[in-house]
Every structure is written in structure tokens, then in C-alpha cells.
Design a protein around this ligand. Structure first.
Ligand code: ADP
Length: 425
């Protein structure tokens, strides 16, 4: 068997947090990628895709484990790889051509440099725009500059971090197709493309290998070999059924059908969403006869897929919805909550959040402390101790948001103190 171009062995990435605890962003990553393939790293926001891409390119050193490039241990930044960013990362005071020039690593002469730029400008369709400044360009044209700047370094692997997600649907569709064109024509001299995305259709449209990631901690759950022939027709039944298969794998892994009782058994993280996001989701459900499929829900509430899942999981944890397979449906309590007036809603919410172990534990901590007041710092230390793999500041924000709404705890943001609202407990 040929040596894979990229191979990761037992890679882990932990970040040290301000309180001294560690956050595990990636756990036990083993990955092989053969030469000549387009690969996608697919998963919800925050599952570690960008971190993994940065480790692959050598921009970030993993806490443990090894990265091999063509069979050799990679040390430091891999100069055979070039990166394209979601936000284009262009210098506004430089022209298109000057921005592209920045990517050139080695050219023997000015003439050669000019030739390289001319060729790549042609490959990405920027002819006639060389002397224009980025602000005069549309998002799609700016991303062409980002791609051109990456290509002039003559990389073997083109790494793209959510390259099309800041663009409108039509522009991103066109650019995807053009990337596939220069890839298949071989005009850019690439051996591989590696693309980070949370968009299943994009992954199925472009990639031969789809690495499906899940969060908490970030890990590869499944590698899908996508053998649909190019050019891929997004409307064909084979394409749609591949999207559906991946969708099932993704939802099974990040939204398993866990028996409800499990949620209330032990101290576990809670999804980092706000009460208003939960209510917004319930309202959209109500407009749709109390049942919506997750993709559609994500579309209706105008949140990305990962965020939609977090909001649905929070609503489920509160007993307001159920999530059979990939549908989200009202529970009787959810419907009652939505139909209730503000005070009744708060009471229902209070009952539900006090069943969630980590929230209950924080409320008990406040209740048992002197004057029934604790500082934000004390609370975050407590959270870091109970859930070392979570970010205490994020958990704190969420718990304060929930308990304030339910009128269980009060938070004074000036003194950074959390206190009990006595009449309500
Ligand atoms: P994705 O690309 O899938 O959205 P990221 O790789 O950006 O996810 O982030 C994965 C997790 O790691 C997130 O919770 C993020 O906040 C955390 N993270 C990323 N970089 C750092 C860092 N330098 N320090 C601390 N946490 C980080």
C-alpha cells in the first residue's frame, strides 16, 4: 500500500484555560489520507475541525501524538500546504496582485514571479482585477484572491477552512465548482485538497473522503468514502441519499437517542444556549404543527446546524421537546410552556432547571454559602472542578441566563456576585 500523504497517530489537543484547567479540544485522532484525494472535515461548530486543520498544517503542535507527511514526522509548519480562510484574510491596503504576491515563496526572478501570478490569476478567474483593492470586490471575488494567494506558493495540499460559508448560496456554489474544475484539470498542480465544513452538501459535493467529527471532546466518529462520480449532480437520488446517510451518521453521533432519565443522573455539561434561543425554537416548532426535522429547523431559526442541535438538546434536557431520530417535537410540557403566560413559564422553567444536576449543584453552593452569595470566580472554580473538560466562563454565563430567567438566582454584574432569590426557592 502507498504511504498516505497525511497520517495522524493518536493525536490529542488540550488547551490550558485561564483558571489552570485543561480543555480537551481533540481526543485520540487517527487519520489517513491518500494522495490525490479531496478530504472534508465535517462536524458541528466547535467540534475541533479548525484545530485539527491547524495541527495538520503544522501551525499548531498537538499536545500528544504524531503527524506524518508522506511518511515522515512533521515538525513545524508544513510549507507544502497553503491555507484559505473563511474571512479571506486580505490586506485592504494592498491591491489584488499585491495580496496574491504575498503567497509566493520562491521565484527565481521577477519575470518568473510575474508568470506564476499571471497563471494563477487565470486559474481562479481574476483577470482584469489585478490592480483593484479588496474593498471594491464582492465576497466571492475576494475569496478568489484568498485562493490565488494560497495557490501561488505552489502547494501540494490546499487547506480550506470554511472557505465558502461567508458567501451567499449562489456564489459559494459557483466557487465550489470552479475549485473542482481547477482540481480536476490539474492546472493548480495540487495533490490534495482538505476542506473544513459544517455543510453536509458541500462535503458530499466536493470530497472523496469525509471525516465526520463529533464534539465533547472532538473526535473522528466515522470516515465516509464518497465514491459518487464527478461531476456530482446535487439533485440526483444518489447524491441525496449520500447526504441522508451522512446526516444520519452525524445526528446519531451528536444526538444519540439517550433515555431521558440519563440526563438527570449525573453532573454533565449543558448546551451553551440562551433561554431566548430555546423559546425561539419552540415558537418555530409551534408554527409548524409542533414537529420539524432538524435541517429544516436549522433553516427556519436561521442558525447553523451545530447551533440548532445545541438548542434542541437544551430544550430536550428541559423536557420541552423530544428528539426522535432527527425530528424535534413538542412534549406536552413544551406546548404547555409555550401557551403559558410569563409567570407560569418561569415556574415551569424553574422546576425543570432544578432537575439538572450541574444547575442544582450551583444553586446548592449558593444556598450553603455565607449570606447566600458567591462570587463569579468561586462559581467558575466550582464548575471547573466539577466539569474539567468544559469552559467554566461559558457554563457560568449559561447557568446565570437560565437561573435569572427562572428567578432562582440573581447576578450582580458590577460586583460579579451570584445570590439566591430567597422567596422563590
Ligand atoms: P470548529 O472548527 O469545529 O468550529 P474549533 O477547532 O475552532 O472548532 O474549536 C474547538 C474547540 O476548541 C472550541 O471549543 C474552541 O473554543 C476550543 N479552542 C480552539 N482554539 C483554542 C485555544 N487556542 N485556546 C482554548 N480553546 C480553544
Amino acid at each position: 500500500m502507498d504511504t498516505p500523504i497525511i497520517n495522524l497517530k493518536d493525536v490529542n489537543m488540550r488547551f490550558k484555560m485561564p483558571g489552570g484547567n485543561y480543555f480537551t479540544a481533540l481526543e485520540n485522532i487517527n487519520l489517513f489520507l491518500d494522495s490525490g484525494k479531496i478530504a472534508a472535515l465535517l462536524g458541528p461548530s466547535g467540534c475541533g475541525k479548525s484545530t485539527l486543520l491547524r495541527i495538520i498544517t503544522g501551525l499548531l503542535k498537538p499536545s500528544s501524538g504524531k503527524v506524518y507527511y508522506k511518511g515522515k514526522v512533521q515538525n513545524g509548519v508544513n510549507d507544502k500546504m497553503a491555507m484559505v480562510f473563511q474571512n479571506f484574510a486580505l490586506f485592504p491596503w494592498k491591491t489584488v496582485k499585491e495580496n496574491i504576491e504575498l503567497g509566493i515563496k520562491d521565484a527565481d526572478s521577477i519575470e518568473e514571479q510575474e508568470k506564476i501570478i499571471e497563471h494563477i490569476v487565470d486559474v481562479v478567474g481574476l483577470e482584469g482585477f489585478e490592480d483593484v483593492y479588496p474593498k471594491e470586490l464582492s465576497g466571492g471575488m475576494r475569496q478568489r484572491v484568498g485562493i490565488a494567494r494560497a495557490l501561488v506558493s505552489n502547494p501540494e495540499v490546499l487547506c480550506m477552512d470554511e472557505p465558502f460559508s461567508a458567501l451567499d448560496a449562489l456564489t459559494s456554489e459557483n466557487l465550489r465548482e470552479e475549485v473542482l474544475d481547477f482540481w480536476s484539470e490539474g492546472t493548480a498542480g495540487l495533490s490534495n485538497i482538505l476542506i473544513v465544513t459544517h455543510n453536509i452538501t458541500e462535503a458530499v459535493y466536493m470530497a472523496d473522503e469525509i471525516f465526520i467529527l463529533a464534539s465533547n471532546p472532538g473526535s473522528i466518529k466515522f470516515v465516509f468514502h464518497n465514491s459518487l462520480p464527478f461531476p456530482r449532480d446535487q439533485k440526483s437520488s444518489e447524491f441525496l441519499s449520500t447526504v441522508d446517510t451522512i446526516y444520519n451518521i452525524l445526528t446519531q453521533n451528536i444526538m444519540p437517542d439517550v433515555p431521558k432519565t440519563k440526563i438527570y443522573e449525573k453532573i454533565a455539561p449543558i448546551p451553551l444556549v440562551s433561554v431566548s434561543e430555546i423559546i425561539g425554537l419552540l415558537e418555530v416548532l409551534d408554527d409548524n404543527k409542533g414537529r420539524l426535522e432538524l435541517f429544516e429547523l436549522s433553516d427556519r431559526i436561521k442558525r447553523d446546524f451545530g447551533k440548532t442541535i445545541s438548542i434542541a438538546l437544551a430544550a430536550e434536557m428541559l423536557g420541552l421537546v423530544a428528539t426522535p431520530r432527527h425530528d424535534v417535537i413538542f412534549t406536552a410540557l413544551g406546548k404547555k410552556f409555550l401557551d403559558a403566560d410569563v409567570n407560569e413559564r418561569k415556574l415551569i422553567f424553574k422546576d425543570q432547571i432544578l432537575k439538572i444536576p450541574i444547575i442544582k449543584a450551583v444553586v446548592e453552593l449558593v444556598t450553603q454559602s455565607e449570606d447566600m452569595v458567591i462570587t463569579r470566580e468561586e462559581c467558575e472554580e466550582f464548575l471547573a472542578d466539577k466539569l474539567p473538560n468544559e469552559r467554566p466562563e461559558d457554563l457560568f454565563e449559561t447557568i446565570v441566563n437560565f437561573t435569572l430567567y427562572a428567578e432562582v438566582l440573581d447576578y450582580d454584574s458590577r460586583d460579579e456576585e451570584l445570590s439566591l432569590i430567597i422567596e422563590n426557592v
